[in-house]
Design a protein around this ligand. Structure first.
Ligand code: CA
Length: 413
């Protein structure tokens, strides 16, 4: 992921300068600082078909602010649906983000982070016209570290935000260096965001423990430096047939802050097509179900959710049900995403960004899909995340996990 540091559209800058002249009289004559205030807005997008999130860092430069309003303009039909660490609204193609009560003050040289989530039909590339409190940003200080966006400028009217009410800063560019590394990519503020690059040995440690509940056998979990989705490390699971050959890595992160709705994004690769027999790859302990696991794996050659306490499956394992799930592809990295809403008792699943009907529990029992799932009230309270392999009959596999994230909004691939 690279930081797309949009340059202000010339038209926007021109409008802002004209506005400054109108509002501040001779301000423009005292210096050109209105067009070069030193503020920066870094917009780091993460996009999948039809949806996106973006992490946004606003840096006022060498002038502290006690409140902030950041605006930008999309060139496509992007629609922001929600945000975090900011109150976000959209009018036409222009988005306005205002600080929350707890992050309005940014000291000189400091920054604040917030994010947005949205949908689109036609992507417009990097947004333009970033401003902070009405002042165009990204026009002063160090230049972009990546090539400027090549998208066409917006065809809609430029933002008509109010001009700055205080004199523009006339001091030098920011004294702090621009970030030399981008923020963690693709995690959208997630509580858990791990590409395993901080693993130092061959045995998973630190933020992960190797676990084999009940019994252990031939299964192994190691840090692999030969196969990775990103960087140079991933978790490799050698999973053998038979329950006691199971093995998992379990996060040691405290996930309680996620609340009842949790989204996961997990990149996974495996070598062997899912067998007819029931297998599990990912499990989460459910405190509302006697700490029995909610399990994501396969059966009859396709992905399947399973509840350990009563062995209910999603989809039902009828031919019509299985046909509405999909196999996990072999020998390539696949992006697995899911959402569990504990208070509503809903479950959704995406493979490579595409929702899987057969892996959807929407609260309304549907024959072949979630009819069996709702044979009892289901309000999960998940407490952990385990990645690995477990087989209840036949079925051996070698799997890799990388770029694992869990948060309270959809993270994307
Ligand atoms: Ca990695």
């Amino acid at each position: 992921m690279t930081i797309l540091r949009a340059r202000p559209a010339p038209l926007v800058a021109a409008v802002a300068v004209l506005a400054a002249v109108t509002a501040a009289g001779t301000a423009l004559l005292t210096g050109p600082a209105a067009a070069a205030p030193g503020c920066r807005v870094d917009y780091t997008p993460n996009q999948w078909p039809g949806g996106f999130t973006a992490n946004i860092k606003v840096s006022p430069g060498d002038t502290a602010v006690s409140g902030w309003t950041v605006t930008w303009t999309y060139a496509g039909d992007e629609r922001v649906t929600n945000g975090w660490n900011a109150t976000v609204s959209q009018s036409g193609s222009t988005v306005t983000a205002r600080n929350m009560s707890y992050n309005g003050s940014i000291p000189a040289g400091g920054s604040a982070d917030f994010g947005v989530q949205g949908t689109y039909g036609t992507a417009g590339g990097a947004p333009t016209g970033f401003s902070l409190n009405g002042v165009p940003c990204n026009g002063a200080g160090p230049g972009p570290t990546t090539p400027p966006p090549t998208t066409t400028p917006p065809t809609t009217a430029p933002p008509t935000t109010a001009p700055p009410t205080s004199a523009p800063p006339t001091t030098a560019p920011p004294t702090t260096a621009p970030p030399t590394t981008p923020p963690p990519s693709g995690c959208a503020g997630a509580v858990l965001c791990d590409g395993f690059e901080n693993q130092t040995g061959s045995t998973p440690s630190g933020d992960w423990n190797v676990v084999s509940p009940d019994c252990s056998g031939a299964g192994t979990a190691t840090v692999d430096t030969a196969t990775a989705h990103s960087g140079s490390r991933a978790i490799r699971i050698n999973g053998a047939a038979g329950y006691c050959n199971h093995v998992f890595v379990r996060t040691t992160k405290n996930l309680s802050g996620l609340g009842g709705v949790r989204y996961a994004r997990i990149w996974v690769r495996h070598t062997t097509a899912q067998p007819t027999d029931h297998t599990t790859m990912i499990t989460m302990s459910d405190a509302a179900d006697g700490n029995r696991d909610l399990r994501l794996g396969g059966q009859n050659g396709a992905l399947q959710w399973n509840r350990a306490s009563d062995d209910a499956t999603l989809p039902e394992q009828s031919p019509a049900g299985v046909a509405q799930s999909v196999p996990l592809p072999t020998n390539r990295w696949a992006c697995l995403e899911f959402m569990v809403d504990g208070s509503a008792g809903h479950l959704r699943t995406w493979l490579d960004g595409v929702a899987v009907t057969g892996l959807t529990a929407d609260g309304v029992p549907t024959h072949d899909i979630d009819g069996q799932w709702y044979n009892r009230t289901w309000r999960p309270q998940l407490t952990d995340l385990k990645l690995g392999w477990e087989s209840y009959g036949g079925g051996a596999d070698t799997l890799w996990y990388d770029d694992v994230a869990m948060g309270s909004t959809r993270i994307g691939c």
